[in-house]
Design a protein around this ligand. Structure first.
Ligand code: SAM
Ligand code: SF4
Length: 329
């Protein structure tokens, strides 16, 4: 049954859901999690596959045809490819964001299950620096996973995301530019956002996309591609035609104006912005027997209140209680 599209109070139509399947992770990236990890959700708190399937089917009826599965690390959720195969028939695009550690094991199963797009997070192409940032000595394994995935034509185009932190990522700009030119991957730098569990973020630590773009352009000239509606990345092509590179600049150039995204945490809380201070519980109504019409009303009311913009650059900005791995980035 088709239902009316989901529209927020600022006139934006919602078409994209970021769905976290677990808050757990096998990495401890400095900008995301503390070295000792976080208190994990109990198993019963996390939505079951059937609950996720029901919600995604309802969201699809409400016009959400793009779903991205994330976490925590989605590949650590047991039987994850089975969840992918349950969800892929329901939507047009089923994407996965992963740190790549388990991709060598799972790439084939995920492609076969119907995942259509992949983002692999890699912050450095140097083993010791990768270790420093993720607190795991895992670069060779992640690159192997990426290669395993790249062998499947259905998995392309593959995006590789690097968080840009001042004092660290400057040295990565040219190696990643060369990597983008030599491989069929689109590299994208993401500005460091105040969603780290350690709460050490400061504006000075944000290495802006424009600084990285200028550094790369000086060596490998870049030409802008037109921005697609709702896009998070500013994409450039290398002027000599060899590959693309993108910059996701949520801090220095916010793209809230045409944001069409909502998020669902692993424990079933709907968030209408990465930086939301309020969440809407879908798990309780789901588990107490709500009908689809009743769930639709809860979702519609929450979406109507979607934030106009984030306030990262405003005085008095309040960092949300949940950090990135517990939200689902
Ligand atoms: N574990 C998976 C991964 O790392 O790809 C999926 C979840 S992770 C939270 C999703 C994305 O958020 C990753 O690309 C990660 O680098 C990014 N991220 C995490 N913390 C961030 C922060 N404070 N600022 C900007 N990006 C962040
Ligand atoms: Fe784990 Fe991804 Fe957070 Fe790194 S960014 S700690 S891989 S959830």
């Amino acid at each position: 049954m088709a239902r009316a599209p989901l529209i927020d109070g600022h006139g934006r139509t919602i078409g994209d859901l970021r769905l976290s399947v677990t808050d757990r992770c096998n990495f401890r990236c400095q900008y995301c999690m503390p070295a000792e990890g976080l208190p994990w959700l109990d198993r019963e708190e996390v939505l079951h596959f059937e609950e996720i399937e029901r919600l995604v089917a309802l969201f699809a009826e409400l016009g959400i045809r793009d779903v991205r599965l994330t976490g925590g690390e989605p590949l650590v959720r047991r039987d994850f490819p089975r969840l992918v195969s349950m969800l892929s028939p329901l939507v047009d695009d089923l994407a996965i964001t992963t740190n790549g550690f388990l991709l060598e094991r799972d790439a084939e199963a995920l492609v076969r299950a119907g995942a259509t797009r992949f983002n692999v997070s890699i912050d450095s192409l140097q083993r010791d620096r990768f270790f420093e940032m993720t607190r795991r000595d895992a670069l060779p394994r992640v690159l192997k996973g990426l290669e395993t995935l790249a062998a499947f034509p259905e998995a392309h185009p593959i995006k590789v995301n690097a968080v840009a932190v001042r004092g660290f990522t400057e040295q990565e700009a040219l190696p990643f530019a060369r990597f983008a030119r030599e491989h069929p991957y689109q590299i994208r730098f993401i500005e460091f956002m105040p969603l780290d569990a350690d709460r050490t973020w400061s504006p000075e630590q944000v290495l802006t996309g424009e600084e990285l773009r200028a550094a790369i352009h000086a060596v490998y000239p870049l030409e802008p591609e037109p921005r697609e509606a709702h896009a998070t990345a500013r994409v450039y092509r290398f002027a000599d035609g060899q590959g693309h590179i993108g910059f996701i600049n949520p801090v220095s150039e916010p793209f809230c104006g045409d944001c069409n995204r909502i998020r669902l945490t692993a424990d079933g809380k709907l968030r209408t912005c990465l930086f939301s201070l309020n969440e809407t519980d879908l798990r309780a109504p789901l588990r107490s027997g709500a009908t689809d019409d009743e769930l639709e009303q809860v979702i519609r009311d929450a979406v109507w209140r979607k934030e106009l913009k984030h306030h990262v650059n405003d005085p008095g900005f309040i960092q949300p209680a949940r950090s990135m791995s517990a939200i689902g980035g």
